[in-house]
Design a protein around this ligand. Sequence first.
Ligand SMILES: [Zn+2]
Length: 391
Amino acid sequence: VDIPLWWLLVLPLFFACGWLAARIDIRHVMRESRAVPRSYFQGLNFLLNEQSDKAVEAFIEAARVDPETLDIHFALGNLFRRRGETDRAIRVHKNLVERDGLNEDQRLNALCELGQDYLKAGILDRAESIFLKLRHTARDEEALRHLLDVYQQEQEWEKAIACARDMPTTTDHLWHTAIAQFYCELAGAALLRGQTPQAREALAQAMAVNRKCVRASLLLGDIELQSGHPQAALAAWLHIEQQDPAYLALVGARWGEAWRACGQPGQDAVLLRGYLERYPTLDLLDAAFDAELKAQGQSAAYTLVRNELRRNPTLLGLGKLLEARALVVSEEDRDDLEMVKTLVHHHTRRVARYACRQCGFKARTFPWRCPACGGWETYPPKRTEEFDLTP
Ligand SMILES: [Zn+2]
């Protein structure tokens, strides 16, 4: 092959150029990296090696040397909090709060993050004092939201009410529902201390905030029944039909107690049969069955469940029917029935729960507040099976 001689001269020149270009690039990188403090790379290294404590030290050192690292610190603090390493998140954010040269917006941001760290760590008094500092600043609404969280955890209902009342009306959350529930909590606490007048006052407030507050009606009925006013108790509970008839079953066996105290035993069976006709739910079927059993006896109770099952066929209703049937059959048939009943119960346990509308968390007994997401009145008073059936 014939290669011109001058090629032999050009080729090394090319290599020289490439080498030079590479040198320049490396120099550039070296210069850049020298601008970032060494402790930074150390920190990153520690972080990647899961040595969180050393990482925090290194990053805080880097922050001292180079003030241009704010964003990375916020990101780092949030990362620690999300991973549940709240003590480290607190150290990072505390360092930010105490740092000079932050503008107002950054300082408030750092405070807000620190408050959330304390909240997550369960150090509620410190979280409270930080969010109180943030009230009436640009972060007011956020502070209110977190303070509400603190006060609900501490069961400081009066403070929670004050916070919720301060919430801007533009927020989509239905604060009147929550405020009425806070008053119900106050009423419940007052009742435990035996302070009936205070409980009554709190319930009146709950009704004033949210006239649809079923829980207030339930509690008021309890107070009236305990104070020897069964007529007033019945009036309170009957009012639930106007508030939301789905909740009527929550009165349960207390219907019977109040009617008996009024000298009209058995009236609860009549009432509950009517309710079941109009607002059929499984809980109402339970209550109506018990009342019917007491008032009219076993075969009437059985007929009631059978008719209801024909109207609304459910597994839970079938369980109830078997229970009713076991009451009226002969001794030898009862064993077989018990066996079938146990089998059905085994299958219905799963669908006999209440489910949170907001997060889906399931509960065996009816809660006013979701233990998982903290929402108030997020549980419809129906068993999950009833939702599976409705189209
Ligand atoms: Zn929930």
